[in-house]
Design a protein around this ligand. Structure first.
Ligand code: 4AD
Ligand code: MG
Length: 504
C-alpha cells in the first residue's frame, strides 16, 4: 500500500508506513503529514475517535519519526495528494529526536553535510525522481533504436580526455587511471555491434569549484559505425527531444514541486540551431545577433535593470523594517511584513549574484580570442540568447580531443560537436566524428604526448576494417541540472563527489 495509490481505496481502511514530514495540533486533533516515498498524505488523529494511548502517541510524533498509521481514506481536494486519512491507529517505529533539517532556511554547506537526510525533502525527492525518469528514458530510447548497451572498464591504462584531470591509482603495481570516458572502448564495440551505448561512471579530477563540475559523474556514450558528424547531430537532437518529452509527460508533479517553468522545455520539439564554431564566436563577441538580440548589448541592458532592482529592493526592505517598528502594530501585520522582507532578501541575493556575474560574462565575451575553446562564461553568454539547445560544430582541432576527425574541407578544424543547453546552462553533450586515418591519429597522439603503446589496440581499429564512425557523450548530471533548472550540479546526483567533498 503506497500513498500514490490512495485513489483506489476511497472510503476503505488502509495502513500507511512512512515518516512524519510535518505535524501540528489543534484542540483535540493531531495532523500528521506522512510521506512514504511515493507521496504525501495528511492524516488526522481525533481524540474523540481513538483510544487515549493512541492519541498520546500521535502527540509525541516528531519530525521524521517513522511510523505506521491505519485509517479510512477520505477524498479532500484541498489536501496534498487530494486525500486525507482519518486515523484509527498510530504506531511509532522509531522516534526521531531533533531532526537536524528544520523548516527554517539552511545554508548549502549545512545541507550538503546532511545530504543523507536532505534527500528526504520534497525538492530533492522531485529531482531524484526526474533523474530516475531520465535514466529510464535514455535506456528505452537506445534499446528501442537497436543499440546494444555495453559496460566500459573503469580501470584504464590510457587517457581519453587529456592528461590534466586524471585520477591516478595503482593497479597491481602498475600505474592506472579511473576512466574519464568509455568512448575508446565504445568505438571497439561499435565495430562488433554497429551501434552501442555505454552508461557508466566517469571520473575527472577537477580542482575547481564551479556550478558545472563534478569529480565523478555518469556519462552516456553512444557510438555508431557508418555515422558522420551530421548523422550524429540528427541522433543527438532526436535523443534529447525524446528524453525531455518523456520527463514533461511523466514528471508533472515533480516539475511543479521544484517550480520549473516548463515552457522552455516544451520548445524541445523545435529544431536545434546548428552553428559552426565561427558563427558561435561572432555571436559571443556581439558581431552577429540572434533574433535581433545582441549578446553584449543585451547583457549591458540587463546589468542596468539588475542594478536598478537592487536599489528598489534595498529601499523597500528599509521601508518595511521601519514600518514593523511602529508601536502597537498588530502581530499579523508584523508577520506579513516580515515575510515580505524575507522574500525581498532572497531576491536580493539572486540579484546581487547576477550583478557580480554579468560583468564577468561581459568581460570574457569581449576579450574572447578566436581559436580558443569555450569557457563556462562564453557558453553562458551564447546560450542565454536561445530557448532550445544549440549545436556548435567544426571546432579548431588544436583545442579539441586527439581522436576527432580532421575536417576534410578545411584542415584547421575538427569534426567535433558540442550541444549546449539554453538559459545560460551550456555544454551538456560533447561528441563528434572520429579520425579513421591511422597516420593522422598517430600524429595527434604524439602531439598530445600520450604513450603510444597504450593506444596500440585503439590504432588496430584503424588497421582492420576501419569505417567512418561517430558518437557523443551526454553528462547525465548536466542534463538533470538543466531540466530541473538547478543553480548547481551538486543537487542533480544523490551523493555528489566534487573538489573538497568526499562525505557523506
Ligand atoms: O566533452 P566530454 O569531455 O567528451 C567526452 O568525454 C567524449 N569522450 C564523449 C564522446 O564523444 N563519447 O564530456 C562529455 C560530457 C560533457 O558534455 C558534459 O556534459 C559531461 O560529459 N561532463 C561533465 N559533467 C559533470 N562534471 C564534469 N566534470 C564533466 N566533464 C564532462
Ligand atoms: Mg566537452
Amino acid at each position: 500500500m503506497y500513498i500514490k495509490d490512495l485513489g483506489l481505496y476511497e472510503g476503505k481502511e488502509v495502513t500507511l508506513k512512512g515518516w512524519a514530514a510535518n505535524k501540528r495540533e489543534s484542540k483535540g486533533l493531531v495532523f500528521i503529514i506522512v510521506r512514504d516515498g511515493s507521496g504525501l498524505c495528511q492524516t488526522v488523529v481525533d481524540a474523540s475517535k481513538v483510544a487515549e494511548d493512541i492519541f498520546e502517541a500521535a502527540r509525541k510524533v516528531t519530525l521524521e519519526t517513522s511510523l505506521i498509521i491505519s485509517g479510512i481514506v477520505v477524498k479532500d481536494e484541498r489536501q496534498v495528494g487530494g486525500f486525507e486519512l482519518q486515523a484509527s491507529h498510530v504506531e511509532i517505529i522509531q522516534t526521531a529526536v531533533d531532526y537536524p533539517i528544520a523548516k527554517k532556511e539552511h545554508g548549502v554547506d549545512f545541507l550538503m553535510d546532511h545530504r543523507h537526510l536532505w534527500l528526504r525533502s520534497q525538492r530533492q525527492w522531485s529531482i531524484m525522481r526526474i533523474r530516475n525518469r531520465i535514466i529510464f528514458s535514455i535506456h528505452q530510447f537506445f534499446q528501442e533504436d537497436g543499440f546494444v548497451q555495453m559496460d566500459a572498464p573503469i580501470f584504464t591504462g590510457n587517457a581519453c580526455e587529456g592528461t590534466t584531470n586524471l585520477f591516478e591509482t595503482e593497479y597491481y603495481g602498475e600505474q592506472a587511471y579511473l576512466s574519464q570516458s568509455g568512448q575508446l572502448y565504445g568505438e571497439a564495440m561499435a565495430m562488433a555491434m554497429g551501434k552501442i551505448y555505454t552508461f557508466g561512471p566517469t571520473f575527472r579530477a577537477e580542482k575547481s569549484k564551479t556550478r558545472r563540475h563534478l569529480s565523478e559523474f555518469w556519462m552516456i556514450e553512444p557510438e555508431m559505425a557508418f555515422y558522420d558528424i551530421f548523422d550524429n547531430m540528427d541522433l543527438i537532437e532526436r535523443f534529447l527531444r525524446r528524453v525531455v518529452s518523456d520527463v514533461l509527460q511523466t514528471c508533472k508533479t515533480e516539475l511543479e514541486i521544484i517550480g520549473r517553468n516548463t515552457s522552455v522545455l516544451e520548445n524541445i520539439i523545435k529544431p536545434f540551431p546548428r552553428l559552426t564554431y565561427d558563427e558561435a564566436v561572432s555571436i559571443i563577441k556581439g558581431e552577429k545577433e540572434v533574433n535581433g538580440k545582441n549578446a553584449i548589448t543585451s547583457l549591458e541592458t540587463e546589468l542596468e535593470v539588475v542594478k536598478k532592482r537592487i536599489d528598489e529592493i534595498h529601499a523597500e526592505i528599509k521601508e518595511r523594517e521601519e514600518k514593523i517598528k511602529t508601536p502597537g502594530m498588530k502581530k499579523g501585520e508584523i508577520g506579513f511584513n516580515q515575510a515580505k522582507i524575507d522574500k525581498l532578501k532572497q531576491e536580493l541575493d539572486d540579484m546581487e549574484e547576477q550583478a557580480r556575474n554579468i560583468p564577468q560574462w561581459l568581460n570574457s565575451a569581449k576579450t574572447f580570442e578566436y581559436g580558443n575553446d569555450f569557457g563556462g562564461s562564453d557558453e553562458t553568454v551564447l546560450t542565454r540568447l536561445f530557448d532550445v539547445p544549440i549545436m556548435v560544430y567544426n571546432w579548431p582541432h588544436a583545442v579539441k580531443a586527439f581522436y576527432l576527425k580532421r575536417d576534410p574541407n578545411d584542415s584547421r578544424f575538427a569534426r567535433g560537436v558540442d550541444t549546449l543547453a539554453p538559459e545560460g546552462y551550456g555544454e551538456i553533450v560533447g561528441g563528434g566524428e572520429r579520425e579513421t586515418d591511422e597516420q593522422l591519429l598517430i600524429e595527434k597522439i604524439n602531439e598530445h604526448e600520450l604513450p603510444m603503446q597504450a593506444f596500440e589496440w585503439y590504432l588496430d581499429l584503424r588497421r582492420y576494417g576501419a569505417v567512418p564512425h561517430a558518437g557523443f557523450g551526454l553528462g547525465l548530471e548536466r542534463l538533470v541540472t538543466w531540466i530541473c533548472k538547478l543553480p548547481h550540479v551538486r543537487e542533480s546526483i544523490p551523493f555528489p563527489r566534487m573538489y573538497g567533498r568526499l562525505l557523506p
